[in-house]
Design a protein around this ligand. Structure first.
Ligand SMILES: Nc1ncnc2c1ncn2[C@@H]1O[C@H](COP(=O)(O)OP(=O)(O)O)[C@@H](O)[C@H]1O
Ligand SMILES: [Mg+2]
Length: 576
């Protein structure tokens, strides 16, 4: 169980919206703490990376995710594979077309020999075929002898194909990143296709061997500069017989260029994404790290000030409760905590001051009595003074024990375990005992309790203390012939216990003051017996149980408020 005051954040928020909480308002311009905090904020600017580990972390993690993504894309190189496949199928089709051209030139009958030029002018046919610049065409006969080879030239008359231009955008940044990437890639995969330094013709010839057997061959190799070349060899058939082989090699490095362009685009995107990500991270960091560091700074400023200079500057936690996130919650919780702490501290200070004040009176009286005793000669005088001293000592004793009870109450209320008990049984015991005392004084004592038990949750001994207080007060204010009535009723989820008397009542302006500590307004004779703590303690106990207690005067409803009351009534309401 917890009887400690709960910090209600929502209440805080409401108060703020209604502009009721004065002095706690964060935007209040005056105050040392405020100005220091604002100065700190200005120094910090939008976000300070070197002073905010949280901001650094946010940015680093965001960048790390980004780098891993891009490195993965570049490393797995998915576009290269599909480009290679496309280029290879294209080249195979090209080679087969060229082979078809040769086949179409061959005469239907008569001797045909590629090497000797019987039946076909291989050279003229080969030269008639337009190849892209740098691509090479080889024709081998069945003995793997090279019959002819041509290289694609940059022919001025070649028509440019509209729509085929590739815009090759690269920036300094992407060039640098590309170079960096190529450096890393060569480190990571040094054996990526051995740069065997094949002469292109060798590559074509190797393939030709397989193609002579009747199957189209394809291979990727690297030229002397290490650039990728594709080579395809496909047989030329005549009447079902392989006559020779057409081998076509692609332009060296063609695919590498394409891949580089693709990579550059990825890197451009990467650069943009990094800029965006850093920007977003900064915004994110500023919305998380800045308010947190404000909160921390506010708490630190307060601590500093109190410890060193004993400056009364209060800790002012920034009010971020308008934020619908955890930081808003944290700010609200911290504000609530600080407010509760100050309330507690002030309460304790007030209590200590009150205690000192209350103890001073009997002490002063004691001192003067002792002083007079020294010079008193007559025995009856001495006896009187001794009586005074005895009275003061008893009063002090009572005060001190009441005070120590009251000061322990808070922590004990939190510690003790709530139990369910029958309130009526407890009231029955108390009224029986105090009823006798009242009757001994000539006061009528009436108790009117329902028959059915009323079971409530709480600290039985503490609540008993409340009712003993109320009833003894009532009895003490009654003279002979007066009456005290105690009654209780249960209503839905509440139970009311009322203690009424026909005594003098309470001055109207004191109806709430009677619950203040050390407030005691009694006829002179009773002074000293009462510390004025009873009702304060009672109120504390009742409120810790979630209940209410109030005092009122008994008057006919139509009576003038200034008329003499018929008595006092104390009402305690408790939740069932
Ligand atoms: N039944 C009552 N009738 C009139 N005044 C009362 C009654 N009960 C309490 N009071 C007033 O409230 C004051 C505070 O009561 P309490 O806190 O119990 O302190 P104490 O009993 O020590 O005076 C009393 O001194 C008295 O002035
Ligand atoms: Mg009392």
């Amino acid at each position: 169980m917890t009887l400690a005051t709960r910090i209600d954040l929502r209440e805080e928020g409401k108060a703020k919206r209604a502009d009721v909480v004065l002095g706690e308002d964060w935007t209040a311009p005056e105050g040392v703490v405020d100005s220091e905090l604002r100065a700190g904020r200005e120094r910090r600017g939008f976000i300070s990376l070197n002073r905010s580990p949280l901001a650094r972390k946010i940015i680093t993690f965001n960048l790390m995710a980004m780098i891993v993504l891009v490195a993965g894309v570049l490393y797995l190189n998915p576009f290269r594979n599909s480009l290679v496949l496309q280029r290879e199928t294209g080249l195979v089709a090209e080679a087969q077309l060229i082979a078809n051209v040769f086949e179409a030139q061959l005469p239907q009958s008569g001797p045909v020999n590629l090497a000797s030029g019987d039946g076909i002018d291989v050279r003229r046919t080969a030269e008639g075929i337009e190849l892209p610049e740098g691509a090479e065409l080889f024709v081998f006969d069945t003995m793997e002898h090279l019959v002819v080879s041509t290289v694609g030239m940059d022919r001025a008359e070649r028509e440019t194909v509209t729509g085929l231009q590739r815009d090759h955008r690269s920036t300094i940044i992407t060039d640098i990143l590309n170079a960096v990437w190529e450096g890393i890639a060569s480190l990571l995969a040094p054996g990526n296709g051995p740069a065997t330094g094949h002469v292109i013709e060798d590559l074509a010839r190797q393939l030709a061997v397989g193609a002579i057997a009747g199957e189209t061959q394809i291979r990727t190799g690297r030229d002397a500069d290490g650039e990728a070349i594709f080579a395809v060899a496909t047989p030329i058939r005549h009447n079902g017989r392989v006559l020779g082989v057409v081998a076509v090699t692609s332009v060296a490095g063609e695919i590498d260029d394409l891949v580089r362009v693709e990579r550059e685009q990825v890197l451009q995107m990467f650069v943009i994404a990094i800029v965006v990500s850093i920007g977003l991270s900064l915004v994110l960091a500023s919305t998380i790290a800045n308010p947190l560091s404000d909160l921390a700074a506010a708490a630190e400023l307060g601590r500093d000030k109190n410890a060193r200079k004993m400056s009364p500057g209060r800790v002012r936690i920034p009010d971020l409760t308008a934020r619908p996130d955890e930081i808003g919650r944290l700010s609200g919780a911290m504000r609530g905590m600080v407010a509760a702490l100050y309330e507690r501290i002030e309460g304790n200070e007030q209590f200590a001051a009150d205690v000192a004040h209350e103890i001073k009176n009997p002490l002063a009286s004691l001192r003067s009595a002792v002083g007079t005793l020294r010079v008193a000669r007559r025995d009856d005088q001495k006896q009187k003074l001794l009586d005074v001293i005895d009275h003061d000592v008893r009063r002090l004793d009572r005060l001190v024990s009441d005070i120590s009870n009251a000061s322990r109450l808070d922590s004990e209320l939190v510690k003790e375990e709530e139990e369910s008990f029958n309130l009526l049984k407890m009231l029955g015991n108390i009224t029986e005992f105090l009823g006798q005392e009242a009757r001994g004084k000539g006061v009528d004592f009436i108790s009117d309790l329902p028959a059915d038990p009323i079971v409530i949750q709480g600290l039985e001994a503490r609540l008993a203390q409340v009712f003993v207080n109320l009833i003894t007060n009532a009895i003490s204010f009654c003279a002979e012939g007066d009456a005290v009535r105690v009654w209780a009723r249960k209503r839905e989820n509440r139970v009311l216990v009322v203690v009424e008397d026909t005594g003098p009542g309470i001055p109207d302006q004191a109806l709430t003051k009677v619950f203040k500590r050390f407030y005691s307004e009694r006829p002179p004779g009773q002074f000293g017996e009462h510390s004025g703590l009873g009702l304060a303690i009672s109120k504390q106990i009742v409120e810790a149980h979630g209940g209410v207690i109030w005092a009122e005067n008994i008057r006919p409803t139509d009576a003038d408020i200034t008329s003499e009351p018929l008595g006092a009534r104390f009402v305690v309401g408790l939740p069932v």
